[in-house]
Design a protein around this ligand. Structure first.
Ligand SMILES: [Zn+2]
Length: 229
């Protein structure tokens, strides 16, 4: 079942490696089917070398395996919580990519400092609060999903913020498709690196609100005009 989605999720996982965002088994991509009944996710701790669509695991929203021989990614409860709480999220990618994770470990949101950032994120890339000891010791992965959702519920439009940093951990991004979720991971990694260098060169660098508005809205929403008709 869901053969096409398994293929897309497998390809998206492999793309994280090709893009240099994941080493060893440090990342995962999942997607939810259009009826929002089943989630397809990478198996836990399996090497990317030779990974095939048949290795993907299908679970229901309670995390019960519906199809697949392997155990699902240990981050599954984080992904499921986001799908349950955020109906606008269709696919999720998680990495420990160097630059985005550096900001996450510093527990800092990434400020919007230029038009590259503004083309994709309408405002800062938010960083979640740190988990409490209780949240770490019991249902850690589920609580990771809950702290992400806490931030997202404060956003007007989750698609205007297609990714987030979890404090002391790393980035999670999303999109309409698995390839778009991965695309946003690549974009986030690039703007995380650029923001770091920008603040080293000029610690008081800022982006004009009008420039943020111009760049975000020319690519997104009803008045978008970037690209081909
Ligand atoms: Zn992680």
């Amino acid at each position: 079942m869901l053969d096409e989605l398994k293929e897309l999720v497998c390809q998206a996982n492999l793309e994280l490696v090709r893009q240099g965002l994941v080493i060893y088994t440090w990342g995962n991509v999942s997607a939810i089917d259009t009826k929002r009944q089943y989630v397809v996710i990478k198996p836990s701790g399996v090497s990317y070398t030779g990974m095939s669509p048949q290795d993907m695991v299908i679970v229901n929203l309670d995390g019960e395996v519906v199809e697949g021989e392997l155990l699902p990614s240990s981050d599954l409860p984080t992904h499921l919580e986001l799908y349950r709480q955020c109906p606008n999220i269709h696919s999720i990618a998680h990495t420990h990519s160097r630059w985005a994770t550096s900001w996450a470990q510093a527990a800092r949101s990434i400020p919007a400092l230029g038009t590259t950032h503004a083309d994709y994120f309408y405002g800062d890339v938010p960083c979640s609060r740190a988990l409490t000891s209780d949240e770490i010791n019991k249902n850690y992965e589920l609580n990771t999903g809950k702290v992400i959702a806490e931030v997202l519920h404060k956003q007007e439009d989750v698609n205007a913020v297609p990714g987030i940093l979890v404090a002391n951990h790393g980035p999670f991004t999303w999109g309409i498709t698995p390839s778009e979720a991965v695309y946003h991971s690549v974009v986030l990694e690039t703007i995380a690196e650029m923001a770091y260098h920008t603040l080293v060169l000029n610690p008081t660098a800022k982006l004009n609100q009008d420039l943020l508005d111009k760049h975000y809205h020319r690519k997104h929403g009803k008045s978008a005009y970037y690209g081909q008709k």
